[in-house]
Design a protein around this ligand. Sequence first.
Ligand SMILES: C[S@@+](CC[C@H](N)C(=O)[O-])C[C@H]1O[C@@H](n2cnc3c(N)ncnc32)[C@H](O)[C@@H]1O
Length: 241
Amino acid sequence: MNESSKTALEQAEQEGKYIRKVRSFVKREGRLTKGQAAAIEKCWATMGLEHAQGRLDFTEVFGNDNDVVVEIGFGMGKSLVEMAKNTPDQNFIGIEVHRPGVGACLMEADEQGVTNLRVFEHDAVEVLADCIPDASLAKLQLFFPDPWHKKRHHKRRIVQAEFVEKLRAKLRIGGVFHMATDWENYAEHMLEVMQSAPGFANQSDSSDYVPRPDFRPLTKFEQRGHRLGHGVWDLMFERTA
Ligand SMILES: C[S@@+](CC[C@H](N)C(=O)[O-])C[C@H]1O[C@@H](n2cnc3c(N)ncnc32)[C@H](O)[C@@H]1O
């Protein structure tokens, strides 16, 4: 970066402008199937949330005061819909950038008759910052995030000290950040970041990983991991301050 663009960047940051330098995803322009497109058309008005709406009022969004769980990067949404269906007394918000995934999730939710689920098609980092009220969430879920295998890409991993600090503000005290990955090196990275993060307590008895909780359905990526003989690591950290 040259000196003048560096100065422009610093000035914008001082003015409080939101600048993203590294993203955790590469937008793939996958084609929508007919079913996915039809589901978006049919369900967006009732289940879609827009980043441009700004700060959400959950009572207004869901029509009740039940606990709210946010899932970041739900992929095709199968496990998210299953969780929402299995837990009707909680509200779920899924955030995903991949449009076919959003379509697939809405299709599944519609088929299953799920009503306690809303979705964003947007970058979760921006949705958390701009749409989710502080201290409002019972749980934040991040299952099988893109592992960015190469060392030079590790900065793209979504779990970073700065992100975790912003995310903590969105959990209520006692709220839980639940991560899972089938990539050992990412699990170690998650653990390292969380151990140094202020205001969290590890829920693991052994101060590292927790057994896979029954309420987390097997995802497509996990099933694939099992076939490849990978392990899976779950991490659960409670907000304490
Ligand atoms: C490896 S996939 C896992 C999907 C799903 N959780 C599962 O277990 O099957 C990771 C997903 O996270 C999404 N993703 C990555 N960064 C994101 C971000 N900043 N905001 C929203 N979604 C994101 C990607 O588009 C991708 O679908």
